[in-house]
Design a protein around this ligand. Structure first.
Ligand code: AHR
Length: 508
């Protein structure tokens, strides 16, 4: 057992939290849409084919903005295929995931589903196989209110009012050689700048996200950001970061340091963006849209990539792709990634958990069967629900654990949020061996408030078997429970964090 101390001082403010940090991502990929959120004939489906059990879980998850329709998929997508009478919509080959896209769901249906789940739409345009004109067409169709051919078409398709989409991604992962229409940084920077300028001429209110690197491990990472922002600095509001983590070679301790990697990624991109600002003698600050993050077992043990099982003659509709099963260890790392995003709330103003249903997802479904929560559901839903208006730094002295990549990293990581009703504290114990007996000094908080605080709720995610997971046959194997020994007294908050655990507490 390690003795650990932390200090919760509201003056250690990081920034106001943009709720878009709790965003999600829905791609036309595998069984995400078809046989996921949309399954006509399922006993839980409404008249439009949307599963209400999935709607309820997405609402409980608490996702703010949802990025759509991809991902790699968007780089070959013709948005026009997904609007108009369903019986006239073409079936197309989706080259990104080697599948057949039926186009039963498109912009209108997805916007209807978003109304059911209470989330906002964030759209990506295709800058892979298409360009500025098609991006403008989609923007006009979605957001214009003047009487034009596109707005008449939208009205005829049942939507007289604009969709009013404010956040737009200028393509997806254009640095990746796997991306349809992959470009080098100069070529992408030029088309992104032209497209952004044109989109702003049509709708000056849009917020634009330019593609950063698809991972910090990309060989072009850093120079990509510098070059792309060199072209687009004046045209965009955000640069994207994408990052996926997985345990490799059975090294849980290294995997538990993933939050450190995410923090360095964010801080590096911020440094590059600010150096471009300095070169341009600008006080503009480019924000980060961390619009793909998660645990994803992308690499099989032999080093090959998962999710590409359907190469060859078959082009299935809604195949089972990227259906990772998450265990308790994954959820603890995942919770730490959320803590890391909140610790960078000054620059991370938007983030999208990739993805939501069936595809590397916190929610799983079975055709004709139930929907259930994966382990990662709990840190997301609890953090999204408890996080207040402002993020606050919480320094913790709990010793270190050793990471081969990062050296000595903090064994316990924490962040707090504050709002008018109270304080929320999020904690992770990254050690695979030692529990942490933690005392959080609340004196600065109590002084600031001028009154005592009390513990309202607590949640612990920990399993003695760190590889325990939920499954179709055992849907509630892993969940959260109250922190048994958490208590507040006049000097502070005391609790024990078992090894490999994530916790959240609410103080009022
Ligand atoms: O989220 C799955 C895939 O990961 C997305 O389509 C792509 O953008 C990323 O490489």
């Amino acid at each position: 057992m390690t003795d650990a101390r932390a200090r919760l001082d509201p003056h250690n403010a990081i920034a106001a939290i943009d709720r878009r940090i709790f965003g999600g991502f829905v791609e036309h990929l595998g069984r995400h849409i078809y046989d996921g959120i949309f399954e006509p004939g399922h006993p839980e489906a409404d008249g439009h084919g949307f599963r209400q059990d999935v709607v309820a879980l997405v609402k409980e998850l608490g996702v703010s903005t949802i990025r759509y329709p991809g991902g790699n998929f968007v780089s070959g997508y013709r948005w026009e295929d997904g609007v108009g009478p369903k019986e006239e919509r073409p079936r197309r080959l989706d080259l990104a995931w080697h599948s057949t896209e039926t186009n039963e769901i498109g912009l209108h249906e997805f916007a209807d589903w978003l109304e059911l789940v209470g989330s906002d739409l964030m759209l990506a345009v295709n800058l892979g196989t298409r360009g500025t004109q098609e991006a403008l067409d989609l923007l006009e169709y979605a957001n214009a209110s003047a009487d034009t051919a596109f707005t008449r078409q939208r009205t005829a398709n049942g939507r007289p009012d604009p969709f009013g989409v404010s956040m737009w991604c200028l393509g997806n992962e254009m640095d990746g050689p796997w991306q349809l229409g992959h470009r080098n940084a100069d070529d992408y920077g030029r088309i992104a700048s032209r497209t952004a300028k044109a989109m702003r001429m049509l709708d000056p209110g849009v917020e634009l996200v330019v593609c950063g690197s698809s991972a910090s491990s990309m060989p072009t990472f850093g120079s990509w950001e510098r070059t792309v922002l060199g072209h687009t600095f004046d045209d965009v509001d955000f640069i994207s970061c994408h990052s996926y983590y997985q345990e490799r070679g059975g090294d849980a301790q290294e995997f538990l340091a993933s939050g450190v990697d995410m923090a360095r990624f964010i801080e590096s991109v911020v440094a590059i963006a600010d150096s471009v600002a300095a070169e341009k003698k600008s006080d503009k600050r480019i924000m980060i849209s961390f619009d793909e993050w998660n645990v994803w077992y992308l690499h099989n043990e032999d080093g090959s990539e998962s999710g590409h099982e359907f190469k060859g003659g078959a082009w299935p509709v809604a195949p089972r792709l990227l259906e990772d099963r998450y265990h308790a260890l994954d959820a603890v790392v995942f919770g730490d990634l959320l803590i890391t995003l909140l610790q960078h709330a000054d620059r991370v103003r938007s983030a999208s958990l990739a993805q939501l249903v069936n595809v590397i997802a916190p929610i799983m479904t079975e055709p004709g069967g139930p929907a259930w929560k994966q382990t990662t559901f709990f840190p997301f839903s609890i953090t999204s629900r408890l996080a207040g208006d402002r993020a606050v730094r919480v320094p913790v002295d709990a010793g270190t654990v050793t990471s081969e990549r990062f050296g000595e990293v903090a064994a316990v990581n924490a962040v707090a949020t504050i709002d008018d009703e109270g304080v929320s504290l999020f904690l992770v114990n990254r050690s695979t061996e030692a529990a942490a007996s933690l005392t959080v000094d609340l004196a600065p908080l109590v002084r600031e408030l001028g009154r005592e605080v009390s513990l309202v709720e607590s949640h612990l995610l920990h399993e003695d078997d760190i590889y325990a997971a939920n499954s179709l046959d055992d849907r509630e194997r892993v969940g959260v429970r109250p922190l048994a020994d958490a208590a507040v007294d006049p000097t502070g908050l005391r609790l024990t964090l078992p090894p490999v655990s994530w916790a959240a507490l609410r103080l009022a």
